[in-house]
Unconditional design. Structure first.
Length: 277
């Protein structure tokens, strides 16, 4: 299947992999059956590879809804996106829709997807973040001309999702690989182990992702390894992660971290690519 260069992330996502795609490509196996991605996020690797068969997952219901709406109702989504305004009062009106859960539940899936894309394009630094109640809580970004409606990319992503056999799941990362078999390939891009307390950003979902979750993920990698299923995993190059995965092949890569509330904290950091092949 020929790749479409227009297929690219619709959302800016904390930990997004656009800048590391070249390094990641070098570690992707030449051949595999079905592609699995348990932490889909912005989908940069999926959209770069454009596999014909994939099972992708994210714990965020809002995010998975965005992708299914792009697949099934892209023209209606584009029309709804055109109705949004780039003003502070309007932004907070749209952001606060999820404060009334009953009222919010009555919104159509198209309206919910349109809201998430709008907030992502106009919020401060494109930082998708929710509080413990699951409410979007990033402030207004004050951008002069945000690209709220990228029709070309939305339609290209929709075409890809329709011509390929992509299964969307929404749940825990362990259940994301249910039914996997030898010959498949898994790419893990979990919330990173924080390099410092202030860097502990796991707020894209209200559940968080701590050390216990990192250990549980490593145990899943061990499970895959025992079944001769190849995996590639991204994470920060902390002592904890380096020790946890010491039995696997580890490559250090440099990455810039553009999603940070403070500009002086957006420097270059060490990350790891870990694989069992």
């Amino acid at each position: 299947m020929t790749k479409d260069p227009l297929v690219s992330p619709v959302l800016k996502w904390a930990g997004g992999k656009r800048q590391l795609l070249k390094a990641i490509r070098e570690h992707i196996p030449d051949r595999f059956n079905t592609y699995y991605e348990p932490f889909l996020g912005g989908g940069a690797v999926l959209f770069d590879l454009q596999p014909e068969y994939a099972v992708v997952n994210d714990i965020s219901e809002e995010l998975i809804n965005v992708y299914t709406v792009i697949r099934d109702n892209v023209e209606e989504l584009i029309q709804d996106l055109k109705n949004h305004r780039n003003s502070e009062d309007y932004y907070y009106e749209i952001r606060d829709l999820d404060r009334d859960r009953e009222k919010y539940s009555r919104l159509s899936n198209i309206k919910k997807a349109s809201r998430i894309i709008y907030l992502n394009k106009t919020c401060y630094n494109g930082l998708f973040r929710v509080n413990q109640r699951g409410e979007f809580n990033t402030p207004f970004g004050r951008y002069n001309n945000p690209n709220i409606v990228n029709e070309q990319v939305l339609r290209a992503v929709s075409r890809y999702l329709n011509r390929s056999k992509i299964i969307f799941r929404c749940g825990d990362f362990e259940s994301a690989v249910d039914g996997i078999s030898e010959g498949c390939f898994v790419y893990f891009d979990p919330p990173y182990d924080p390099v410092s307390d202030s860097a502990n950003f796991t707020g894209y979902d209200k559940g968080g992702f701590g050390k216990e979750e990192q250990v549980r993920l490593k145990e899943l990698c061990d499970w895959l390894n025992r079944r001769n299923i190849r995996f590639l995993l991204s994470n920060s190059a902390t002592d904890f992660i380096l020790d946890l995965y010491r039995d696997y092949n580890i490559t250090i890569v440099k990455a810039k971290r553009p999603v940070n509330s403070r500009g002086d904290k957006r420097g270059e950091v060490d990350e790891v690519l870990i694989k069992n092949y």
